[in-house]
Design a protein around this ligand. Sequence first.
Ligand SMILES: Cc1ncc(COP(=O)(O)O)c(C=O)c1O
Length: 439
Amino acid sequence: MTINRRHFLSMTGATALVAVCSPQALATSARAQQPPKKAPSALKNLQKFARHKVRFLGYPINMNTPPEEFFAWRNELAAAGLNQFAFNNVGNPYTHSHIPFNCHPFERELIDRFGALYGFPSGNIWGFLSNSGTDSNLHGLYMGRTILHNRTGVLPKIYFTKEAHYSIQILRDVLQLEPVIVGTKPGGAMDTDDLERQLNIHRNHPALVVATIGTTFKGAIDPVDAIQEKLRNRDAYLHLDAALFGGFLPHTPFAGELQQQARDPLSGRMLNRYDSIAVSCHKFFGFPSPAGLFITTEANFDLFREPFSRIHDPEYIKQVPGTITCSRDAVKPAEFYFFSSDKALARQAADAKAILDNTAYLLKEMNNHYSFLRPVRANDHSNIVYFITPLKMVVNRYSLATMQLDIDGVPTPCAHIVVMPHAKKETLDQFLTDLRTTG
Ligand SMILES: Cc1ncc(COP(=O)(O)O)c(C=O)c1O
């Protein structure tokens, strides 16, 4: 069947859809739109990205190419059959899977290694490699919602600040949770006095709290211990969104921010500082495609498992998966496993130091030469500097993210630079030179 535009428009929507979606029509239109000759120029277009990647300063993605050994590891995995046919990590990586074509042992080991880095008690770690930071946040919020609802019979309210990533708003909509927007301090961190006020107002609901460790635009850090203090003796679950900072803070003098346990000075007992954590793998680590770490305690997983197994009929796959999606990528966990070795962690420590040093350098230079742009680094843990938006040419050349911020009560267009491992001093110097055109 051939179909011209007038004929198409005269059809009803449904007939048009059937006509266009028939395999023959699809094949014809795909051939018409993408003759095979076009492929080389599309490839050329891809190649230009490799030249421009060092100038990508506005978003938290590490554009460095992983070391040679990573690609050698990929080849080893391929030689063993991974990514050559349909492997699938469906299910809980910590229990036996009836579907054997998975890389659960790699997934378990990498979660255990990162869990140890975040100070989760050994033998009390559960998690998996998700699709992204957002996906890990989804699992943290779903786990918190399920545990709190099961314990109290009441749906929790979800608490977060306006500085939290926009995915939290989407997820709270998906999970049908009523939001409580908590106020912030001038630097952008959660105001725990306001949190307490709001907890008291909503005392009849359990509290699902999202603390952001490194807010997306400003790089502010919500104070975990002060938040936990306000949650004491309440039905609460605290999830950390550490999408970017979670990658590098463990290698800095500020590693304590993300430690899952702390000793109570009064009782001497170890207490949980938070319940679960989300970290993106493509941000600080430089994993070349989106993925995320989701880590919680095994004790939390057990609390979740029981009500979840009532929702999810486990008969078909012979286990309770613990994950929302059924099929899961088996290639990425085996590949990301590479990033959990001692050698990889040493490289991450060097990158962590470099990005914080380079952020301090950028701030100093901006203060020295471009103080009229009012540069701000929210705290010394942060690899983000935000400032009044420069000329469009600079914003576009470096793909700077922009946002309207309230500065001294005045709505002001701002931009930021996220100093990732690929943002070396030479690139920052070039950026500083380009800023001169805005003077
Ligand atoms: C604080 C925070 N949380 C979550 C996300 C989303 O992470 P992902 O892109 O891995 O889904 C981002 C992304 O920038 C972020 O900054």
